[in-house]
Each structure stands twice: as C-alpha cells, then as structure tokens.
Design a protein around this ligand. Structure first.
Ligand code: NAD
Length: 430
C-alpha cells in the first residue's frame, strides 16, 4: 500500500448529513419493533427516556477565571433494575448524543441478561486541554449536582470516552462525603483498591474478542489464518487488538486520532503500546507501519474490522468499499443506518455495538455485585463468568436473528425486547 500524506483521520466520508444519534437509535428500534411486532404501548414507553437532567457546572480554572460547563445525565430506563451507563467527557457531548447512548445502555444490559436499566452522562469539555486539578473540580461539581440522581440502587455511572478510574475515584469520594458513609457501589470502573473489579479495564476489549471468535466459528473463518484492522487505540481498541492477537488473529492495522498505521506482516502491538506511552498517549509518528488514511483502514482487505473509536465512521460510501467479512462494533454507533442494508446485502456480518461491546457493562455489573457482597473475585473468575455471559448473549442474538430472518443488529434489539416487554408487563403501566 502506498504511503499517503498525513491523513485527517477525524473526518469520515459523508455525502449527506447523517441522522442524529438518537434518530439512528429510533430508526433501528422501529425496524426491529416492526419485525418483532412489539406492542405499541411497550414501544411508546421505550421510545423516550424516563428522566433527563441537565446541569450548569461553574468551575474555577487554573488561571483564576470561572468557566461554566454543561453536564447531562439521562436515565433511559429502569425496568430491569437500577440504571447503568458511563460518563463521557468530550467537546461534542450534547443531549441528543447522551440520549442515544442512554437508550443503547438499556438494550445492551437487556441483551447481556443483566438486571440493570440504561443511562448515560456527559460533560461538554475538552479533557485533553484541562489540568488534573480542573478535571477534579469539574468531576466533583458534577457529582454534587447529580447526588440525587446517582445511587448504588438507583443509577450507577462508569467510565466512557475521556474518563477512567481516576474520575470514578473522585465520584466515589465526593458521593461518599455527601452521604457521610463509604459507597463504593455508586460507580463502577474504580481503581481496584477502592473496590474496582479485576478484569474491568480489559473487559470491553475482551468482549469484542469473544464475539469475534463466536462469529468466526459460525462463519467458518479459520482464525489462525485471519487478519484484523482496529480503529481506535484507547481502552476498547488497544485491549481488543492485543486480545485478538493472543488468539492468533493477525492485527495488520491500528489507528488513533493522530493517524492510522498498516503493516501487512502484522503490527507489533507491544511496540505500539510503548510508543503510545512515550508520546502523550498517542500513536503519532509510530514507526511500526505505513501511514494510511482513516478511509483506507476501514476498507482494508482483512477478515475482521473492529471500529473502536467514534460514532458514524462507516457511512454508506465507506460501506460500499468495505472488504472485511466481519465487523465487530467495539464503539457505540460506528455504523450509520444507511450502511446497514449495504453491508447486509454484501453478506458482511456485523456484530452490533449493543452486543459487541457489552463486555464492559457485564464486568461493571460484576463489580457492583462484588461491592454489594464486600467480597472480591480473582481475575480468572471474572473472566470466566464474563465469557459465559458473552457466549450466551451471542447465541441468543444469533438465534433471534435467524428466527426473524434479519441481521444481528435487529436480532439484538429483538433479544432485548423479549426481556424488556416481560419486565414492563410484570411491573405494569398505570
Ligand atoms: P478512549 O477515549 O479510551 O479511546 C478512544 C480512541 O479513539 C483513542 O485511541 C482515540 O485516539 C481514538 N480516536 C478518536 N478519534 C479518532 C478517529 N477519528 N480515528 C481513529 N481513532 C480515533 O475511549 P474508549 O473507552 O476506548 O471508547 C471507544 C468507543 O467504545 C466509544 O464509542 C465508547 O462509547 C465505546 N465503549 C467503551 C466502553 C468502555 O468500557 N470503555 C464500553 C462500551 C463502549
């Protein structure tokens, strides 16, 4: 492959404006509801979030000036249990995006068979341009503003893009101070010393690996002869890549927001991780592969493509040129609605986000259970339980998609509908 000029990786190819994220959720929801014949009262209940909270967060910046940030927490549903979902710190966070992510959490928890509802939170900010002190004050202010929304039996946040165990530790501390007793179960994704679970950090990438193996078995792909390209080298992408590699799948391309790299012999992932550590957490100027564009990465001739960065990366135009046989959606919403049909007609199997990246919330659930028990499991136990949950979820989604003669995405929604409809009926609507 020819070496390209430095790519602008953040711009996917779009000929027209994509649907908003929540419109995309509703489009798929409505398609699946039609196929499954979801009763309209249940559908109407699930089409809207249960609660939406928006807060203004004044924060003293390091330069002595006050900056006011916007924060959100949207509870999509609590029919199956307390709501669960991450907190995103990013510049483009807005209520439409948070609403979509919250709804996906409802379906994700239901698909994985967890006794949890769905929620999501976010703050519109650029965490890369903020100091640790500014981020701490912002996170604590947000926790204070949300102290009546969050709760170990009410709504349990977790990390998402731009947040990690450090922010979760601040939330536990602030929430525990407000409530005057230690409450580790109020968030998951915590440091292990504060009641975090072993295996949580790698869990979403591990789930991506398990779903890739399950799909390959169904499709008759020999993993030892297979290749993969992974977009995004953060929490999900870096673990997904290294775990795929550990199963003898040759990862030939990786990327982050600074660029994409291709090596037909396989990327040396240890070197990539070391490079990332030394270069401000980026792959910039990584010498282990040719610099290619984002579009080239997404359309490489590989067996598996793992989008694990941002939403709306696989547009209809990209979909027409995708050569991978299997797409495993590590990210939330990486494939646009119009691309679904194109990929389906080309015979590309897409393991959808609400199944593919549900490993993270599954181990978050285990973390919450361990906090409630005050008893902590070994990593092997966590991983074994995780793998069983993921394999069962995959089987059910595969079965439902075959039963209803549809793709795995709509099969996953149908799997979720079956559980949600029962819960809503038992609890009752009055
Ligand atoms: P992260 O912030 O750790 O990593 C994101 C990665 O994407 C970084 O490497 C970043 O450089 C890269 N990136 C950003 N823009 C890019 C671009 N235009 N091209 C290529 N790479 C780009 O975030 P994460 O936690 O890994 O989350 C990634 C996705 O997975 C998000 O959609 C998130 O909602 C989803 N997800 C995360 C988890 C989790 O447990 N972390 C669970 C489920 C779903």
């Amino acid at each position: 492959m020819a070496i390209s000029k430095k790519p602008k990786v953040s711009t996917p190819v779009h000929k027209h404006k994509p649907l908003s994220m929540y419109e995309a959720v509703l489009a798929r929801f409505n398609q699946a509801a039609d196929i499954y014949k979801l009763p309209e009262d249940v559908a109407a209940t699930l089409r809207v979030p249960q609660k939406q909270v928006k807060v203004s967060l004044p924060v003293m910046m390091d330069n002595g000036k006050v900056k006011v940030f916007e924060g959100y927490r949207i509870i999509h549903s609590t029919y199956l249990g307390p709501s669960k979902g991450g907190i995103r710190f990013a510049l483009d966070v807005n209520d439409d995006e948070v609403k979509a992510l919250a709804a996906w959490m409802t379906y994700k928890c239901a698909v994985a068979g967890l006794p949890l509802g769905g929620a999501k939170g976010g703050i519109t900010c650029d965490p890369r341009k903020m100091s640790p002190g500014e981020l701490e004050r912002l996170t604590r202010e947000y926790t204070l503003a949300m102290c009546e929304v969050f709760g170990p039996d009410r709504d349990i946040p977790a990390p998402d893009m731009g947040t990690g165990k450090r922010e979760m530790a601040w939330i536990v501390d602030e929430y525990s101070k407000i409530h005057r007793h230690y409450q580790p179960g109020v968030v998951t994704g915590k440091p292990i010393t504060l009641g975090g679970s072993r295996g949580r950090e790698a869990a979403t990438g591990r789930g991506v690996m398990i779903h890739t193996l399950e799909a390959m078995k169904k499709m008759g792909i020999d993993r030892k002869k297979s290749t993969a390209a992974v977009q995004g080298f953060g929490n999900v992408g870096s673990y997904a890549a290294t775990l795929l590699r550990s199963k003898n799948i040759n990862v030939v391309a990786i990327s982050d927001y600074t660029g994409a790299y291709y090596n037909e012999r396989g990327i040396d992932l240890d070197k990539a991780l070391q490079h990332q550590k030394k270069h401000g957490n980026t792959l910039e100027d990584f010498p282990g592969g040719e610099l290619i564009t984002n579009e080239e990465l997404l359309t490489l001739d590989v067996d598996v493509l793992v989008p694990a960065a941002l939403q709306n990366q696989i547009s209809a135009d990209i979909a027409k040129n995708v050569k991978a046989k299997l797409i495993v959606e590590g990210a939330n919403g990486p494939t646009e609605v119009e691309a679904d049909e194109i990929l389906h007609n080309k015979g590309v199997i897409v393991v959808p986000d609400i199944l593919a990246n549900s490993g993270g919330v599954t181990v978050s659930y285990f973390e919450w259970v361990q906090n409630k028990q005050g008893y902590y499991w070994k990593e092997e136990e966590v991983n074994n339980k995780h793998d069983v949950y993921m394999q069962q979820a995959f089987e059910q989604v595969w079965y439902n998609s075959k039963q209803h003669k549809t793709n795995l995405r709509l099969g996953a929604y149908i799997t979720a509908f079956k559980r949600l409809e029962k819960a809503i009926r038992y609890r009752g609507i009055y």
